[in-house]
Write a protein that binds this ligand. Structure first.
Ligand SMILES: Nc1ncnc2c1ncn2[C@@H]1O[C@H](COP(=O)(O)OP(=O)(O)OP(=O)(O)O)[C@@H](O)[C@H]1O
Length: 268
């Protein structure tokens, strides 16, 4: 069997020394190459911490994180990231914001000067794919929140990362924009098949997008349940009204209620 692309084994994370906050303990999970995983759990259970450990932004206090067969010991260049706030640079136009990772991540950094036209075409294609064709020269403050979040998704994808880490990327958006972006993200994922780990509080979002949903316990967080989601793709809003979908979301909600009360959850 192929080795998982992301292997998290017995990870613990304590912030601020021995007396500090224990955010994760005994966290173990694997993600296959090209798989779309959603991680859900009670507020403060350590989801963002998990993302920081996988991308090498923080070292784990205990346990191992291995990505693409390599132990993670520092920031991962094969990862693209998007967060709740789009964090676009206000002095750069949308095209230049999207192209930013190319100025940082090798081998693109070294090729950028000679192959600028090719890279720029790639950025324009991505912007068109998320519905932002024609907005390349605009500045972030000239775009709505949803449009900025689309641009930030393009920025996370421009260097064609093998791993896409999304930490509540749509949380700040209204429900209509959010649902539009689910379809956009699904399109991008189906076209390029990166391995995705999405952290979200929105259980419908998890069920719409993921191949597998992992549920975390209250802090210190560990994985206490998982559900395979096998609705055919591309999924649409119609999918979300089907009884199987509603029932999955209902189950996930029950798991989280149990986790918040500190009860054990039986694996489905
Ligand atoms: N840099 C830090 N220093 C100290 N404690 C931290 C730090 N970052 C997070 N924590 C603590 O670790 C715990 C887990 O935080 P984390 O942000 O990972 O949770 P989360 O599940 O992403 O939360 P939410 O669902 O509310 O976004 C919390 O108790 C938080 O206060």
């Amino acid at each position: 069997m192929e080795r998982p692309f992301v292997e998290i084994t017995g990870v613990a994370m304590r912030y601020g020394g021995v007396e500090g906050t224990l955010a994760l303990q005994g966290t173990t999970m694997d993600v296959r190459k090209g798989e779309f995983i959603a991680v859900v759990g009670p507020s403060g259970c350590g989801k963002s911490t998990l993302m920081r450990l996988v991308t090498g932004l923080w070292p784990a206090t205990a346990g191992n994180v291995v990505v693409a067969g390599q132990e993670v010991t520092g920031p991962l260049s094969i990862a693209g990231m998007a967060f709740q706030n789009p964090t676009l640079l206000p002095w750069r136009n949308i095209l230049d914001n999207v192209m930013l990772p190319l100025e940082v991540v090798e081998p693109h950094r070294r090729r950028l000067r000679a192959e600028r036209a090719t890279y720029e075409a790639r950025a324009r294609d991505l912007l068109a794919l998320v519905g932002l064709g024609g907005f390349e020269q605009k500045f972030p403050w000239q775009l709505s929140g949803g449009m900025q979040q689309r641009a930030s998704l393009c920025r996370a994808l421009i260097h064609e990362p093998a791993l896409l880490m999304l930490d509540e990327p749509f949380a700040a958006l209204d429900i209509f924009t959010r649902e539009d972006l689910w379809a956009v993200l699904q399109d991008v994922w189906m076209a390029r098949r990166p391995t995705v780990i999405l952290v979200t509080h929105d259980l419908r979002e998890a069920a719409y997008l993921a191949d597998r949903v992992l549920v975390m316990s209250s802090r210190p967080g560990r994985i206490i349940a998982e559900r395979i989601v096998d609705f055919p793709r591309p999924r649409t809003l119609e999918t979300t009204y089907k009884p199987e979908f509603v029932s999955l979301v209902h189950d996930l909600r029950e798991y989280i209620s149990a986790a918040r009360k500190g009860e054990e959850v039986v694996n489905a």
